[in-house]
Design a protein around this ligand. Structure first.
Ligand code: HEM
Length: 247
């Protein structure tokens, strides 16, 4: 029975339970309905469907490739934010920032390599995930729109990788972006203008570095985060994951 007053010792003893009850209002239950209402009533749990098909949980079907892509994105965002504390997007300072990360910053090498390898891995895993979706014919109705969202995510992943390539401002970065943006000039009619727009001038210099930096750390990640949200929401709205017998 609930008492009106508690001694100090009793209050301290009950503190963990009270904190838990203030965050999670209702406990589980033995009935499906009770358990479902707990999931609906919790901000974090309600992101999950109340029921999933057994097949959704079978690792052999998805191979976890979509989730791995997502976790890589999370690693990239966290390591990218930490890198921003050290990186200066100026042609005089950018390469020095890299040297600082390599030789002066504690765990700078780990941080930089984590970001780099997660970026390479993400390109590969998003591609593998797309192959799995294609192989299981999961692009078919009602998931056509999510396939299109996925294609945009793949393009964004590639563009994030491309814009990040220039930032170390070493010889490899400079010439890779010079070649990459020269390819853009082959776009019919507007090729030269497009390259000018990307570089903020006629050659790879300070304006190009700044543009690539802003695209890399702000514009593209924001679009990516929004689209990943749409992607996950559509998985729920399309009736959960596809099942082999659907198609
Ligand atoms: C940033 C990139 C991406 C992330 C983080 C992501 C994440 C996910 C996750 C977590 C799932 C749940 C199933 C699973 O783990 O395989 C999924 C499903 C799906 N994804 Fe992606 N995805 C990405 C890119 C793509 C691409 C490039 C495509 C296709 C062009 C795509 C199309 C789909 C479709 C159609 C489904 C539903 C599959 C089914 O019902 O079996 N996604 N995605």
């Amino acid at each position: 029975m609930n008492k009106a007053t508690y001694s100090l010792a009793e209050s301290i003893k009950l503190l963990p339970v009270n904190i838990r009850n203030s965050v999670i209002r209702r406990g589980g239950g033995s009935e499906d309905q009770e358990r479902a209402s707990v999931v609906f009533g919790n901000l974090f749990l309600h992101l999950h469907p109340v029921r999933v098909h057994l097949n959704t949980l079978r690792l052999g079907y998805t191979l976890g490739l979509g989730l791995i892509s997502f976790y890589l994105l999370v690693i990239l965002i966290i390591s990218g934010i930490l890198l921003m504390f050290y990186y200066i997007p100026s042609i005089d300072m950018a390469y020095n920032s890299m040297l600082d990360l390599e030789f002066a910053v504690s765990f700078g090498v780990v941080l930089r390599n984590m970001h780099r390898w997660a970026a390479h891995a993400m390109v590969a895993f998003v591609f593998f995930h797309m192959c799995r979706v294609f192989y299981t014919a999961s692009y078919k109705s009602p998931r056509e729109f999510n396939w299109v969202v996925g294609v945009c995510l793949l393009l964004l992943t590639l563009f994030l990788s491309f814009t990040g390539y220039l930032l170390p401002w070493d010889q490899l970065a400079f010439w890779a972006i010079t070649v990459g943006t020269n390819i853009v000039t082959y776009v019919p009619w507007i090729g030269d203008e497009l390259r000018y727009l990307m570089l903020g001038g006629t050659e790879v210099g300070q304006m190009a570095l700044l543009r690539f930096y802003v695209l890399h750390i702000a514009v593209l990640p924001m679009v990516m985060a929004a689209l990943v949200g749409v992607h996950f929401w559509r998985i729920r709205k399309d009736g959960g994951l596809s099942r082999p017998l659907d198609n």
